[in-house]
Design a protein around this ligand. Sequence first.
Ligand SMILES: NC(=O)c1ccc[n+]([C@@H]2O[C@H](COP(=O)([O-])OP(=O)(O)OC[C@H]3O[C@@H](n4cnc5c(N)ncnc54)[C@H](OP(=O)(O)O)[C@@H]3O)[C@@H](O)[C@H]2O)c1
Length: 268
Amino acid sequence: MPGIKDAKCVLVLGATSGIGRALALAIHDLDTAPTVIVAGRRQERLDELAKQGERIKTARVDINTSENELKGFVQETLSKFPELDAVIFSSGIQHVFDFTKPETIDLSKFQDEITTNYVSIFKLIVFFLPQFLKLSDEGRPSFIIPITSGLSIVPFPRVANYCASKAALHSLDISLRTQLAKTKVNVIEILPPLVESELHDHQGITPALAKAWMPLDEFTKNAMEGLIRGDPQVAIGTAAKTVSKYEQDKQETVQRLHDQISAITSSN
Ligand SMILES: NC(=O)c1ccc[n+]([C@@H]2O[C@H](COP(=O)([O-])OP(=O)(O)OC[C@H]3O[C@@H](n4cnc5c(N)ncnc54)[C@H](OP(=O)(O)O)[C@@H]3O)[C@@H](O)[C@H]2O)c1
């Protein structure tokens, strides 16, 4: 099965902290010596990462932006790195919304969250796909690696829109994988449990969460094992339990329905 060990050049969006940073460094350390492009908004964090290895390149980007800017970013990245064959979508934000106090709900935060966690990722995938389908035609594998969450399946109401954005991305991953099944484009979804990171810092609850989260090293070790094997879904810890409880046979069911409908529509 093709896995991340087969990638030559990996872009990690959201590599300036937490899960993205840890995966970028672990992939950089693979024996296969891929180029790793680390991306995010904070330049000083990118500069620090660039010092960790010659094969670490940087790209400053804010994905909460217009379609044209996203397209320009993809074109520029591909012109600098024509070998690019994997993208990890680790960029993400999380906001708390209280529907019992609707006057406190900041709709600009809702918009930022849905754009960052879903809408821009959808657009970026559309812009990267021609490159990956070209590689597929040449017989080479490529990898689209979105990061969702166990909360994409069972929501945590305090962060309702975050969960909705991850549910949308989770659903998209299944459809993408199904549509691309006959190509060499691999869609690998990572579903983390609660993991040590900076995601919740602005909510002021990090010390409480730190009592329950999975240490980043443990998460990264497990995630890398799945990425190297090329598992279609890399669900870890409590997220793995959620998948096995609520999503048994889902991918197979979707693939069967897709194949049935395709057979009917192509015979008309
Ligand atoms: N930690 C958890 O418990 C957990 C659980 C399940 C899923 N996840 C998911 O895992 C992924 C990584 O999160 P994390 O926990 O590692 O959080 P984190 O430490 O806060 O990292 C989030 C990353 O996203 C980047 N980012 C945010 N907005 C961006 C934007 N507009 N444009 C470009 N980059 C942006 C940040 O970089 P800059 O600020 O430099 O732009 C940062 O590198 C996220 O998708 C998150 O939803 C996390």
